[in-house]
Write a protein that binds this ligand. Structure first.
Ligand code: PMV
Length: 321
């Protein structure tokens, strides 16, 4: 039995890092997707291959912990198998359009699609909540203390406001007149290390950091309301403020600043780093039809510029046999 499932990447529009310490954040699903094929075998091992990473791995059931990048994928498959009481083997093939390690939730999208594809191949019915929860367990391997926002948006799609202690609400937003322009610094970074670095700084200066966290949380709540109202000029302004707060907690870089200022100069409504920072991508919000200048300007400084809409589609089992 086999199944193919896909899940979207994400862009955090408001609140990354602050969300780890239970402040509200806002994320949207993008059109780039991770696709995972799962096929049952009879040999009691989990095999994982990734087209993008050009890597393969073979794991026992349960998989023994390893530091290689495919282990979390094997673990995600195992979690679905365990739920079904399944001990036969499974082959997992990953093929993702989402750039890895860039702040677009590639690992979460792969984990969500892996859980859904494995469950599909096993004939196991999982609710979306269950898919998201199992993927979060795999995300904990990827970066120690995930907030849960990545697996939630990869599972449910669209736009969400998320808070660790409260879960998420879907936002009712019309994105039809807008595009997101995403520009890469070309610098890889490690989410787990950046999260740790920020938390260490916060622990050293709690009285300085607490008000920043509070402000970021209020900002995300305000921004969610403005998005639902369609006040995109104001949403753009708050993206700029959010970028300032992320710079304040130390996760911006010269390359990120250059891209953010280029996008604003070229007419974006707002621009900020997205995800963990330290490298990776910026996101600029543009009115549809007005993005060309922003794209051209960013292409002068960035090795990779992508234009995306917001995707309503969360995880989908695309085929089962
Ligand atoms: O850069 P990414 O896609 O790994 O996103 C990280 C977002 C953080 O808020 C920094 C961490 C988290 O778990 O929410």
């Amino acid at each position: 039995m086999r199944a193919l499932a896909s899940a979207p990447g994400k862009v955090i529009l408001f609140g990354e890092h602050f969300v780890v310490e239970d402040q509200p954040a806002v994320a949207v699903a993008i059109s780039l997707r991770a696709r995972v094929r799962a096929e049952l075998t009879g040999d009691s091992v989990i095999r994982v291959s990734s087209r993008n990473l050009k890597a393969t791995g073979k794991y026992s059931i349960p998989p023994a912990e390893e530091k290689d990048p495919l282990y979390p994928v094997a673990y995600a498959a195992y979690l679905a198998m365990n739920k079904a009481g399944e001990t036969r083997g499974v082959n997992i093939e990953v093929d993702s359009e989402i750039p890895p390690g860039a702040g677009m939730g590639s690992s979460a999208a792969v984990a969500v699609a892996t859980v859904a594809a494995t469950a599909g191949a096993l004939g196991l019915e999982l609710s979306l909540d269950e898919v998201s929860k199992l993927a979060l367990e795999s995300e904990k391997i990827v970066h120690g203390k995930p907030s849960g926002i990545d697996n939630t948006i990869a599972t449910f799609g669209g736009a969400i406001a998320y808070r660790k202690s409260e879960g998420f609400v879907k936002l009712n937003v019309d994105f039809s007149d807008l595009v997101l322009v995403l520009a890469d610094t070309g610098k890889p970074r490690n989410t787990g290390e950046l999260v740790k670095r920020v938390l260490t700084l916060k622990a050293a200066f709690p009285s300085v950091f607490e008000p920043l966290y509070y402000a970021a949380g209020r900002l995300a709540v305000e921004a969610a309301k403005l998005m639902e109202r369609g006040d995109w000029e104001a949403v753009g302004s708050l993206m700029n403020v959010n970028h300032g707060l992320l710079s304040a907690i130390g996760v911006s870089t010269l390359e990120l600043e250059n891209l953010v200022y280029s996008a604003r100069r070229a007419g974006a409504l707002g621009a900020k780093l997205t995800g963990a920072g330290g490298g990776g991508f910026i996101v600029a919000l543009c009115k549809k039809g007005e993005e060309t200048t922003v794209v051209q300007e960013l292409e002068r400084a960035s090795p990779r510029v992508l234009v995306s809409g917001v995707s309503e589609r969360g995880v989908i089992v695309e085929a089962k046999s």
